[in-house]
Ligand binder design. Structure first.
Ligand code: ZN
Ligand code: ZN
Length: 147
């Protein structure tokens, strides 16, 4: 799915507003890191974002990108898809949706299939109050299965 510039700008504006509400510093670096995530639906890892962000901020360290993403995640500005092979993959799209991971090439795609609709999930499971859920499917994508 193509994300257009208008959508990206809207997401960045909301990000800045939410950050300020949360009392987080809004720096050009932070905004650039967020934007890098907002403009893709590839669910990039820290390393992927770092590689792109270095074009604008050559002196930025991988640790800074890592910590920034952690801070965003902790405050609910972005989400973590999963801890796949020790590399967290991030998502700026906070609309409820599910994911499918290719077990071969590690590509992660969004799933908006309405059959994947677990509205029957209770507010309470065991002794937990459920605050959210997501489903992660594992599969083999068409380009990998063609090999
Ligand atoms: Zn694949
Ligand atoms: Zn996603």
């Amino acid at each position: 799915m193509e994300i257009n510039n208008q959508q990206i700008e809207t997401m960045v504006t909301e990000f800045v507003t939410k950050s300020k509400e949360l009392g987080l510093k809004v720096t050009p670096q932070r905004t650039a890191i967020y934007k890098e995530l907002a403009k893709t639906d590839q669910h990039p890892s820290t390393e992927m974002i770092y590689k792109n962000i270095k074009d604008y901020f050559p002196n930025i360290s991988l640790t800074t990108v890592y910590r920034t993403l952690e801070t965003f995640e902790k405050h609910g500005l972005i989400s973590v898809v999963n801890q796949l092979y020790n590399a967290a993959r991030y998502d700026a799209n906070l609309t409820p949706h599910h994911h499918i991971v290719c077990v071969e090439c590690k590509k992660i795609e969004d799933i908006y299939d309405s059959s994947v609709n677990y509205t029957k999930i209770d507010n309470k499971i065991q002794d937990y109050e459920v605050v959210g859920y997501s489903v992660l499917f594992n599969g083999i994508c068409s380009s990998c299965s063609d090999k």
